[in-house]
Design a protein around this ligand. Sequence first.
Ligand SMILES: NC(=O)c1ccc[n+]([C@@H]2O[C@H](COP(=O)([O-])OP(=O)(O)OC[C@H]3O[C@@H](n4cnc5c(N)ncnc54)[C@H](OP(=O)(O)O)[C@@H]3O)[C@@H](O)[C@H]2O)c1
Length: 282
Amino acid sequence: MQTVTLNNGVEMPILGFGVYQIPPEQTEQAVADALAAGYRSLDTAAAYGNEEAVGRAIRSSGIPREDLFVTTKLWISDAGEDKAKPAFDTSLRKLGLDYLDLYLIHQPYGDVYGSWRALERLHGEGLVRAIGVSNFYPDRLVDLIDHNEVTPAVNQIETHPFFQRTADQDLMRERGVQIESWGPFAEGRNNLFTDPVLSKIAAAHGKSVAQVVLRWLVQRGVVVIPKSVRAERMAENSDIFGFQLTDDQMAAVATLDTGASLFFDHRDPAMVSRLGNVTLGS
Ligand SMILES: NC(=O)c1ccc[n+]([C@@H]2O[C@H](COP(=O)([O-])OP(=O)(O)OC[C@H]3O[C@@H](n4cnc5c(N)ncnc54)[C@H](OP(=O)(O)O)[C@@H]3O)[C@@H](O)[C@H]2O)c1
């Protein structure tokens, strides 16, 4: 499995499996199928409500812990120096693990600085191999880096053909932060799977649009964590290492960028307030 090297030397698979919006009762089977298909990196979050099911699938797979790369995320209602550690312990317990590979601050809201100090401590204690953030725009990322000890290893952000984040990626590269894409297919929005530019490239390689999109991201050095509940798509989405887009094809995909989110703007005050008030069930 191809990996990227994070800023603290930890190797992270460039391809993983995301479980957002998979209902808890379907998650164990989906993760079992993903592991059987060869995925070794799993991305969940306290807010997804399916950490326990991910943990069950890990245990029943029999795959050695050190062969897996497990990410989960701290939700806003658990932000702060005092709350982040118990929230981490809860995630670890639900996953049935004794350490995490990557722990992310899920959203750039609430007491992010307190959370980060707690994460730095967890990292220092060896309970998590790498720490990072998600949904941080460059201004907030730079501020966090400049006023703390540990630079986030990863920033997981919306990245797909319609919102390509190339300038953000350049800044992250300068600052030693690995970009990780969420929503690589934009969850199918904008008719991504039938887009003419992507379809033409796919036909030229005898591949699917999904494979072209993931290949395009991986070729840019972006970590991807596509989600599917269908075993045949899991296999398809992992078969992206045997072909390469040409410079012309990379340039053609570049024309699809709209420079804006297809979901919501993390800097919209109404959204900041709405998300900031979402609390987690037990
Ligand atoms: N940090 C954050 O705030 C954040 C936000 C969103 C997502 N994420 C993470 O990123 C992961 C991926 O993003 P996402 O789940 O939002 O969306 P996505 O991976 O862009 O898209 C998933 C959708 O594409 C479909 N699909 C998957 N493979 C396909 C294929 N080969 N052909 C056609 N359709 C296909 C899936 O349907 P089926 O399942 O029916 O196949 C599903 O509807 C998440 O699971 C989560 O781990 C993080």
